[in-house]
Ligand binder design. Sequence first.
Ligand code: PMP
Length: 350
Amino acid sequence: MSRFWSPVVHTLSPYVPGEQPKQGGVIKLNTNENPYGPSPRALAAITAATERLRLYPDPHATRLREAIAARYDVAPEEVFVGNGSDEVLAHTFQALLKHDAPLLFPDITYSFYPVYSGLYGVNYQTVPLDPEMRVQIADYRRPCSAILLPNPNAPTGIALPRTAIEALLAEHPDQLVVLDEAYVDFGAETAVPLVKRHDNLLVVQTFSKARSLAGLRVGFAIGQRPLIDALERVKDSFNSYPLDSLAIAGAVAAIEDDAWFQETRRRIMATRETLVRDLTTLGFEVLPSAANFVFARHPGRGGAHLAGGLRERGVLVRHFSKPRIADFLRITIGTDEECGRLIALLRELV
Ligand code: PMP
């Protein structure tokens, strides 16, 4: 602590990253990474781009915005890119969410939303999930300036159908609706096709999950031009080179390798089905997941006990201390072998 700190710094805590394995052989199912690795074409493109590191990157990341636009059937001017969706969200808070009426988001959701709200002075209210841990859009009928929803939600993994998103947009034509679709590729419906008809919709996605490039830090937003222009202005004033040359090259190749993307997500969804079945057989209640993780609790054993027991046996999963979800484990979908090992250990622990 220092007397030179601004008041807001006193309210911020150091980032606590997901636990890292201390020894080899640990199975890491705690931070929703993809077990299969990125497209080989992305890796080759990153290597080739090292030849050009002497040069500054394209400040507009034009090739990447064009590639994303082509993939999602929008215009390049409707695409914003940043260092991971975390940075895209941070710019969204700065550019679009500072209003008198509050921003609304679920009480159980991605932990960065309250942090960004504090950092950027955004007034917010949380909306409780329903008894089944679902987002009910009717609960968002209250005075607000904007609504921020992850779809699927994290850490529950539960997704809203596109029809519910359409209803939300129709009910809130004067409020900005930001959808964080970090996990959308594992069985949920993207709202990108709605952008054409709704000037109040911003959809945020990432290359960290289905495209397995968490280490490269690439995320993007899709929305109509006035929203994207606002994000660009904030970005230009913050860092005129948002993405480095390696990230641009790797992300372009990754988005063009649709076959790798489809195969990887198919495998993860297939493993998820087996994992859900096996956990249910062991007596777990598993929330219906459309993400690359499941959220599950056992009636007889607490989440801390199970997470601790797994850690001692070399498997990391995520446990939250927040009272309503303290019984749950959030388990990332690994390979079939990793999930098989997890189930074998849980059999000993429950
Ligand atoms: N949104 C949600 C809901 C997340 O869980 C995460 C990270 N796991 C992110 C955004 C940020 O992802 P990234 O910065 O890697 O794109």
